[in-house]
Design a protein around this ligand. Structure first.
Ligand SMILES: NC(=O)c1ccc[n+]([C@@H]2O[C@H](COP(=O)([O-])OP(=O)(O)OC[C@H]3O[C@@H](n4cnc5c(N)ncnc54)[C@H](O)[C@@H]3O)[C@@H](O)[C@H]2O)c1
Length: 460
């Protein structure tokens, strides 16, 4: 073991969470050796070669500072486990697609496999940290697996859920609202918790480090995502009413959000939320509630997901209705495919649903996005013949009947819309699924403009 370092930290899972989180820990804790392992060899090669497998502003700089100094990427999971004092587990926990709980509960197969690998390769005591988002009580199952061995090794399971948001991950990690660390309230549990607190104390003020019992910690992560998604669904549900009544959802959101009890964040109406977490975490919460017989609670939260689906459907219906109820053979260009700006991640992106629905209506769809075209091609691989992909938004819009803005990338409001209008079929339509464009100006150029939750502006 390399004793140049005070402690060896391992992270299992080199994805959107594991990579950035460990890069920041490495930068802030030079006396710790951090190793990130993954079963995906290509991903590890990418991290090592400098061709970082995810796009995240500021990530490359921070990785370059610490890589091969105290941050290492490897496929040797067994060796990593053997040498580690602390193991963060940051593997994916997608929604289960088969068997009991399918479509709702988390698929914990990757998680359980990890627990078994830890058990097999460990020769000394370890603190195992749940970084992935997990159903409440997962730590109990983890402990059972870890303690099923014959060796007298002590495993302490600690919950340290990650609250970073993709697109702002590095800022979120450097300056989080809080860090949550939950453990068993036994002397060993508290000792393990302290080791994790010690890591974060390198750069996080103590008042931002919340410690709690382990079940509160596991549940708090699910509830945080449920509340965030609930705000989006709340304002999106109101956007539908605004479109019927002539109210403007931005004006409503501003008035409502000015109440300090409510606050103004997460009140932007849009085509709907995406991302790998919100839907899966809410469904997880729903499943847990159902399994405890709390059907009313389950139904309450499930409606957050239903409203999101309603919003995506409404967006496509609005396109079709505005374009004289037929979009067959009309070219529609999607501005943005990532589930949000500043990421190439397209998991659960509203754009996937929108594209499939447009194709079902025989529209000709062209997709442009600054970072997400590779992922878009994978998401839509069954339809690749019917689609075109174009990195230049001007080129993507040539000959289009309509543009639909699906991701709030900074570049889109800055484009020359006169040039775009001149290159399009007429009448030209814009459906702004993120309300980021200057609608009045677009209308003056000649576009028929359809924002979300605001009166549309058309020339007929
Ligand atoms: N993406 C986010 O914004 C975010 C934010 C907070 C929390 N989370 C949670 O963090 C967890 C990870 O999310 P992510 O977005 O980083 O997922 P991801 O898919 O990007 O990364 C997970 C990685 O784990 C690897 N893996 C799976 N099984 C493994 C095993 N047995 N051994 C080694 N590696 C293995 C996969 O190959 C993959 O590279 C999830 O539980 C998620 O809910 C995600």
């Amino acid at each position: 073991m390399n004793r140049k370092f005070k402690k060896n930290i391992l992270c299992i899972g080199a994805g959107y969470v594991g990579g950035p989180t460990m890069a920041v820990i490495a930068a802030k804790c030079p006396e710790y050796k951090i190793t990130v392992v993954d079963i995906n060899e290509q991903k590890i090669n990418d991290w090592n070669s400098g061709n970082i497998p995810i796009f995240e502003p500021g990530l490359e700089e921070i990785v370059n500072q610490v890589k091969n100094k105290n941050l290492f990427f490897s496929t040797n999971i067994e060796k990593g486990i053997e040498q580690a004092d602390i193991i963060f587990v940051s593997v994916n926990t997608p929604t289960k697609t088969f068997g009991e709980g399918a479509g709702k509960t988390a698929d914990l197969q990757y998680w359980e496999k990890t627990a078994r690998s830890i058990l097999q390769a460990s020769r000394n005591d370890k603190v195992v940290v749940e970084k992935s988002t997990l159903p409440v009580k997962t730590a109990e199952a983890m402990e059972r697996i870890l303690n099923s061995g014959d060796d007298n090794i002590n495993f302490q399971v600690v919950s340290n859920p990650e609250f970073l948001a993709e697109g702002t991950a590095i800022q979120d990690l450097l300056n989080p609202d809080r860090v949550l660390i939950g453990s068993r309230e036994t002397p060993e549990g508290i000792k393990a918790r302290k080791q994790i607190v010690e890591i974060y104390r390198h750069w996080i003020p103590v008042h931002k480090i919340i410690t709690s019992n382990i079940w509160s910690s596991e549940l708090s992560k699910l509830v945080s995502n449920a509340f965030l998604a609930q705000r989006i669904s709340s304002i999106n549900s109101i956007s539908a009413l605004c479109e019927k009544t002539g109210a403007d959802v931005e004006e409503v959101a501003y008035s409502v959000g000015s109440d300090s009890r409510i606050g103004d964040k997460f009140l932007s109406a849009s085509v709907g939320f995406g991302g790998s977490c919100f839907k899966k975490d809410i469904l997880n919460l729903v499943y847990i509630c159902e399994s405890y017989g709390l059907y009313e609670v389950a139904e309450y939260w499930e409606n957050v997901v239903k409203i999101n689906e309603f919003q995506e459907q409404r967006f496509v219906r609005n396109i079709s209705k505005a374009m004289f109820n037929t979009i067959a053979n009309k070219k529609i260009t999607l501005f943005g495919f990532a589930f949000k700006a500043n990421t190439g991640d397209t998991r659960e992106s509203a754009a996937i649903y929108v594209t499939r629905e447009l194709l079902a209506e025989h529209a000709l769809v062209t997709i442009t996005d600054p970072q997400a075209l590779d992922n878009a091609k994978i998401d839509l691989k069954d339809h690749i013949q019917q689609l075109s992909f174009e990195s230049d938004p001007y080129q993507a819009a040539v000959g289009a009947h309509a543009i639909a803005v699906l991701t709030e990338w900074d570049v889109y409001p800055k484009l020359d819309y006169q040039r775009i209008f001149d290159s399009m079929e007429k009448p030209a339509f814009i459906f702004d699924g993120r309300n980021i464009l200057d609608h009045r100006k677009l209308f003056e150029i000649g576009f028929n403009v359809y924002p979300v939750g605001k009166p549309h502006l058309n020339h007929f």
